[in-house]
Ligand binder design. Structure first.
Ligand code: NDP
Length: 294
């Protein structure tokens, strides 16, 4: 195995420490306690785990954490009323509605109701549009994490050839915009792309955000390339249990890549840490303070 393992656990812990330091500073110097409100609708077990982890990490960073749990059959108007209340609440600087929403609720309508200044998931069209226009914006957390991980390997991404496999609003598209902002040369691939292996083989930076277990193979990878695996897939084992794998065939790709993120322990670790960064940035922007150091 040749690849350096990019340890998301350590990098995310370092980021959380930096956020906590800045939170302490804005509290001390400006009397500002950044606050994050998370709305969970229904009781999807995976979402419950994510929300719990967000709550714990928000508090550990010294921020205020507000949890709102609503039943799966909540009326959309009631959910929108809660979002409107949080938009107005001066103690809340970040609002995150945990996705996916249960059937019957319109994700787009709910996301579009969030005040863009508090949209720490970066999914509101206002933020997506600003990001696409190269303007300062709250960007989605997972792509932000991907950029930070890549920079731990390369420092600057300028001039590197990148491929992003996947074009979702949550990951692929915003990641492309962030890479362009870093002056990388970007190819966007998706389910209709032809000869994905050949496209990927040209890239110095490979981002897999597909949701297909171990799709990216060893012979797709240029020797020495950096591989960032966003995928989280649960697959059955021979013992009748399940295990997590990414979108990259980790063991074989690690033999040719220069650096690679593991699953778990890579990108997933960065997502919540970047949510804390976004909440801190949103709080400072709303309070009219300069951008924090993280
Ligand atoms: P989506 O299902 O929304 O998007 C998947 C994308 O992959 C689509 O653009 C689709 O193309 C493309 N795709 C599907 N099949 C192929 C194929 N055979 N070849 C090339 N492209 C293909 O997924 P998300 O972006 O939300 O998530 C992607 C993965 O990342 C999932 O495993 C998810 O669990 C994980 N994830 C991890 C996070 C983390 O914190 N680590 C956070 C968010 C997601 P098309 O547009 O043409 O349909």
């Amino acid at each position: 195995m040749t690849a350096r393992i990019i340890d998301g656990k350590i990098i995310a812990a370092d980021l959380r420490t930096q956020v906590a330091r800045e939170v302490e500073r804005v509290k001390r110097d400006h009397g500002l306690t950044p606050g994050l409100a998370v709305v969970l609708v229904g009781n999807d077990p995976a979402s419950e785990v994510y929300v719990r982890s967000k709550h714990t990490q928000t508090q550990a960073a010294g921020m205020a954490s507000f949890e709102h749990k609503l039943p799966a059959d909540v009326a959309q108007d009631d959910l929108l009323a809660l979002v409107a209340k949080l938009n107005k609440d001066p103690a809340v600087h970040g609002i995150l509605v945990q996705l996916p929403l249960p059937k019957g609720l319109e994700t787009e309508v709910v996301i579009n109701a969030i005040d863009p200044a508090k949209d720490v998931d970066g999914l509101h069209p206002h933020n997506a549009g600003r990001l696409a226009g190269g303007q300062p914006a709250l960007a989605p957390c997972t792509p932000l994490g991907c950029i930070i991980l890549s920079k731990t390997v390369h420092g600057s991404l300028e001039g590197l050839n990148a491929i992003v496999i996947g074009r979702s609003n949550l990951v692929g598209r915003p990641l492309v915009q962030l890479l362009l902002n870093e002056n990388a040369t970007v190819t966007i691939a998706h389910s209709r792309s032809r000869d994905l292996a050949a496209l990927t083989a040209r890239a110095d930076l490979v981002y897999a955000a597909v949701g297909r277990p171990e799709m990216v193979k060893r012979d797709w990878i240029k020797p020495g390339a950096t591989v960032i695996d966003v995928g989280i897939n649960r697959i059955p084992t021979a013992e009748g249990k399940t295990r997590l794998v990414g979108d990259v065939a980790y063991a074989e790709v690690a033999e040719v890549a220069g650096a690679i993120t593991p699953v778990p322990g890579g990108v997933g670790q960065m997502t919540v840490a970047c949510l804390l960064v976004n909440t801190l940035r949103a709080a400072c922007a709303i309070a009219g303070l300069p951008k924090p150091a993280v």
